[in-house]
Design a protein around this ligand. Structure first.
Ligand SMILES: [Zn+2]
Length: 72
């Protein structure tokens, strides 16, 4: 009976470690996405409007504020 308790304890411990690791990974990803995309502002190549990089439309090396400007 004792061996089953030890195995159960190991399984619980392993699950806890996995949960903490995946939580940390998610937090790290959210942080890096936040700093790289939302923090940077880009300028529309057509009308010079400043927009967050996450919302900008990218075409080659240029950024545009809307689809209309990207297609012109
Ligand atoms: Zn524009």
């Amino acid at each position: 009976m004792n061996i089953f308790r030890i195995i159960a304890a190991f399984v619980v411990l392993w699950l806890l470690v996995r949960m903490v690791k995946s939580y940390r990974e998610r937090a790290r990803l959210a942080r890096s996405r936040h700093s790289s995309d939302r923090g940077t502002m880009v300028q529309c190549a057509r009308c010079d409007l400043h927009i967050p990089k996450a919302e900008a439309i990218r075409k080659g090396r240029r950024y545009y504020c809307s689809k209309e400007h990207a297609e012109e």
